[in-house]
Design a protein around this ligand. Sequence first.
Ligand code: NAP
Length: 680
Amino acid sequence: MGADLINVHSYCTGDWTASSGPDAGARAIYSAVTGEQIAFAGGGAWTVENMLQHARQVGGPALRELTFHDRARALKALANHLNEHKESLYALSTMAGCTRGDSWIDIDGGIMTLFAYASRGRREMPDSTVYLDGDVEQLSRNGTFIGQHICTPKLGVAVHINAFNFPVWGMLEKLAVSLLAGVPAIVKPATDTCYITEACFRLMVASGAFPEGAFQLIAGGTGDLLDRLNAQDVVSFTGSAQTALMLRSNPHLLANSVPFISEQDSLNATVLGPDVTSDSPEFDIFINEVVREMTTKAGQKCTAIRRIIVPQTQIATCIDTLSARLNSVNIGDPGLKETQMGPLVSASQRQDVLDINAKIGQQASAVTSTNGLSVEGADGEAGAFVAPTLFHCPDPDSADAVHSMEAFGPTATIMPSRDLDHACDLLNRGGGSLVASLVTHDPAVAAKVATRSAAWHGRIYINDRTSAKESTGHGSPLPYMVHGGPGRAGGGEELGGIRSVKHYMQRTAIQGSPDMISAVGKTWVPNTSTSSQDAHPFTRTFTELQLGETLKTDLREITLDDIEHFAHFTGDTFYAHMDEEAAKANPFFPGRVAHGYLLLSFAAGLFVQPDPGPVLANTGLTDLAFQKPVAAGDSIRVELTVKRKTKRNDDYGEVRWHVALFNQDDEPVATYTLHTMNAY
Ligand code: NAP
């Protein structure tokens, strides 16, 4: 192999290992644009067993030492580093056929996903090593035996097997999730584009953001890696349904219940609402969305639109408009500014697309131009160029290929629907998809499609004139929204906020006394032992405050004058506070009662220590419940308990306080959680 070829290295047990020559199993990698060999990968002198040991014994323990917030901060540092050095990745991405816009989705999209999880991790996960899943469950009458679900990181390795079309995003979106969970990863990118992944990986290692062993890279084949996994490991696969089936049915994985998350190809569809005509703004939205989805990354997106479902009355107009737009797409060297669509990733990918087009062509007819391919700035034969192809299938009920064959390129089929029910039937015939979209300005249409079709799709994207400007696009998976889908799409959920982090953790039901549950979850729960200090808790710093530290106040009587004064002062003269007869007639009140907000205000008056001190701000109040009415002549007192502490930065942290109000008979009157920021 030539000296100027990229020798794609693997990163194993803390070292970079070269790929060997073709005799030792390396595969040649070609430029999508010129067809010339540019790199080779595989057959390096490393062993999967050493990599697994390194992840399990070095990376895993180091990651589990960190809290969720530490890991989130590391993700942010990693994202910042990649952001500063990303330009080198853009140059490589062009060789895979990507225009600047295509590369942006992969490279900047990947970095943004890291940022998104860095932020969610700190906002929605605790600054601890245990994630609380749901509320405490009362398991006994007197509250001495309770339950709590927790999630902790699996003790093994996340094996990420990725598809060729997103060499950067595909790696980073999975790493964001598994690293946040606290599980080290072995990344296996698709060979066709692994030179881009390797370049990104070198930046990741150089960033020093994560401890050694947190991630390793395999360029080329994985050998018997899957046969060495156990129930503490997770395989997360992205690729074709065929490869997924082959890998997930590995007998060793099945025998050992190794979790297998799968994101596969899918026959994503879009529906034009029956309310849309060619002169409504939604028509242009629909056409633009279809053209964008068919041509971005030359249609090599798992979420790309493959089926276009249009009311019978609109089909001729849609075909004319779409074919005119697709016939005028500038195809060429992806490095040229004017190029709108580059080549497919490789000659073999082009052959696959042409073969599947031929099969779809037996049930549908091509309506885009067949006058040959015009390619600007590159050799159309040597590079893996294809033209966008729109098929028209007039009888979609009896055609199978259009609902089951994925041409992973710029190919889609338009088909007529008789009515909205029929459109939903066709939408669902893909057998499970990552995303279905609907363009309509009629909320009733949206409600019907969601009700009839949501179960078959991971995401439903609805667009109209109101959302068009800010909408993110049919084909864009977002970190906070589910990415994955049922059936044909693999049944996985790669993204979806903290939901996807849980795939790399074990959920365990913990049962015991409140003291035990508090200690495990590092969160005070009611009925746990409390402590008190001489100093008022508002005079103690974030560091000094202890979980369970409680302030108990004296009683304060509520008078009729208080209620009257509060009503007129605030303007809240609701009858339950002002009119004895009307209040009595209400099933909830014994007569006139104090305002709930009056009770909260008096509670603050009872527990606040007024002097300047460590409490910087009251940032909110959650989980408020009024449990018993308080009438004039009743008294209330407060118990204020430190429930949870979360460090925010070196200056301050958030304290959550359990606030419980009782009446003179010690009956609970109200509870809530108070949030304050306290100086460190
Ligand atoms: P693919 O051929 O199925 O390969 C996927 C990955 O599996 C590659 O990394 C491949 O490595 C690896 N692989 C193949 N055989 C293996 C084995 N025996 N052991 C371990 N790994 C093995 O898919 P692709 O051509 O890369 O990607 C295109 C497909 O992916 C399309 O069908 C597309 O719809 C789908 N896709 C889905 C999503 C999603 O999120 N749902 C995203 C992107 C793509 P090698 O390259 O070395 O063979």
